[in-house]
Ligand binder design. Structure first.
Ligand SMILES: [Zn+2]
Length: 467
């Protein structure tokens, strides 16, 4: 079987057939960096990270482009309230998003273009649309997309033009149809001069939709494989992106993927509801792999219900999975999870629209068999099972041994070798009933912030948690 994904444009499962052999171009709408990231934002990032990992594990090269919307009405408004330049406000929050993604093990995008760096491409696109009769200027610096000029408008979200309400952009006397949307917004009185760029149509700043069409085309070409984002972006954002790109003559995205949201007490998590769970605060309460497990273990098209029990359940499951991997890897060679074979049922589940529930059922089955092998002292079987478990968890970004290390892992390896040498000295002392030496080793490690736990399979160590 090959990878099938649910295309929200055609509303059916479709086989992913890359436009270019062996390569997948993926554009994901990134953050509007107006505030701090909450768990709803990271849900989308983790879901697409699992997709990217699965595509790569399937032997495909992936180009992931995720934009940063660093100029926008909300950024200007919030920066003004805070008394900070809008560009400083935007970068501050961009950094927070980067840190949150890194903390949750989201692999970096291949490129993260910023809207403010792509005005030239946006002007080119507007000029094409104006020349083709799909966009018009009103003389004051605004440029509008003419929805009536494009019969396909509404096709992405299966809506008829006559059923649509006016666009969210503020009314303008020159607008031909209330549903026309802004490609470019003219400078308004009182706005900072740094938030305007000169164009042949007048000075102003990008309408949000235009930037994604311009940047996707620049980095992925006029046509590319996959376009993704949160489900709330389907309309109007993605409908508008598709309309302006295709009206300009681009093939644009061949398939669309959308992630469901995170809800708290039955309500969609968003800034406006005030029920947000900031990633920084959550990371203070629980560990990063537990948060990642809570997000990655739900199918990307299903809503993640967020509450104290979500984290508690994720923690119990994570402890079971990582406990097995750590116990087994003390006895057998850990190997390389990306080189280990994947169970066929796991691959089939992932190919079936990233069915993580079915995929995790296979993981749990192998953990069960691995624990039985350990209990029976069958190290050959335990080695096979832990290799399979780590290979599968690696696809989900949840390999416990990868979470143990940071950077390139060399510092941790060196520390591990030194601590193990101390533990061998201690084990030898205890075998010789030399309790004074054994205790001295333990005290020396404790003074260095290392806690030692004795288990039936030998001593384990960890760096003491900060209290
Ligand atoms: Zn976008």
């Amino acid at each position: 079987m090959s990878l099938h994904l649910f295309d929200t444009a055609t509303r059916e499962l479709r086989e992913l057939v890359p436009l270019r052999d062996g390569e997948v171009g993926l554009y994901v709408c990134g953050a509007t960096v107006q505030g701090s990231p909450h768990i709803g934002h990271l849900r989308t990032d983790v879901a697409f990270d699992v997709l990217v990992r699965w595509l790569r594990r399937s032997g495909l090269r992936v180009a992931l482009v995720r934009n940063v919307t660093d100029i926008d009405d909300k950024i200007l408004a919030r920066a003004k309230e805070a008394g900070v330049p809008w560009w400083a406000w935007a970068l501050r929050h961009e950094r927070e998003f980067t840190a949150a993604r890194e903390a949750l093990g989201v692999l970096p995008a291949d490129y993260e273009p910023r809207a403010t760096g792509h005005v030239t491409e946006m002007v080119d696109l507007m000029r094409t649309l104006v020349d083709a009769g799909h966009a018009y200027t009103t003389g004051d610096g605004d440029v509008w997309f003419d929805v009536r000029s494009w019969p396909d408008y509404g096709s992405l979200t299966h809506q008829r033009l006559d059923d649509l309400t006016p666009s969210e952009d503020e009314a303008s006397p020159g607008k031909r149809d209330p549903r026309d949307f802004a490609l470019w917004k003219s400078v308004k009185p009182g706005e900072p001069p740094t938030a305007a760029w000169p164009t042949p149509f007048g000075a102003g700043r990008p309408g949000w939709h235009l930037e994604c069409s311009a940047m996707a085309q620049r980095y992925l070409g006029t046509e590319f494989d996959l376009h993704g984002g949160g489900i709330d972006l389907r309309f109007p954002h993605h409908e508008n992106e598709q309309a302006q790109s295709r009206a300009a003559g681009y093939g644009f995205a061949r398939m669309w993927l959308h992630t469901a949201w995170v809800s708290q007490a039955g309500e969609k998590m968003s800034k406006s509801l005030g029920n947000t769970a900031g990633v920084a605060a959550l990371l203070g309460q629980t560990s990063a792999p537990v948060l990642r497990y809570a997000l990655a273990s739900v199918h990307y098209r299903s809503v993640v219900e967020w509450g104290p029990e979500t984290v508690a359940e994720a923690e119990a499951t994570w402890n079971r999975l990582s406990g097995f991997v750590h116990r087994a890897c003390e006895l057998v060679d850990p190997g390389d999870p990306q080189a280990a074979p994947l169970p066929a049922e796991f691959a089939a589940a992932m190919d079936d629209d990233l069915n993580v529930s079915a995929a995790l059922a296979v993981v749990h089955d192998h953990v069960h068999r691995g624990n039985t092998a350990l209990a029976d002292g069958d190290l050959a079987d335990a080695a096979d099972e832990v290799a399979a478990v780590r290979a599968m968890l690696d696809v989900l970004g949840l390999d416990p041994l990868a979470w143990q290390t940071t950077g390139d892992g060399r510092t941790e390896q060196a520390l591990d070798a030194l601590v193990r040498a101390e533990l061998e000295t201690r084990a030898a002392a205890r075998a010789a009933r030399d309790w004074a030496t054994a205790d001295a080793v333990r005290d020396k490690l404790a003074a260095a912030g290392i806690v030692v736990e004795d288990s039936p399979t030998g001593a384990r160590w960890a760096v003491k948690e900060q209290s």
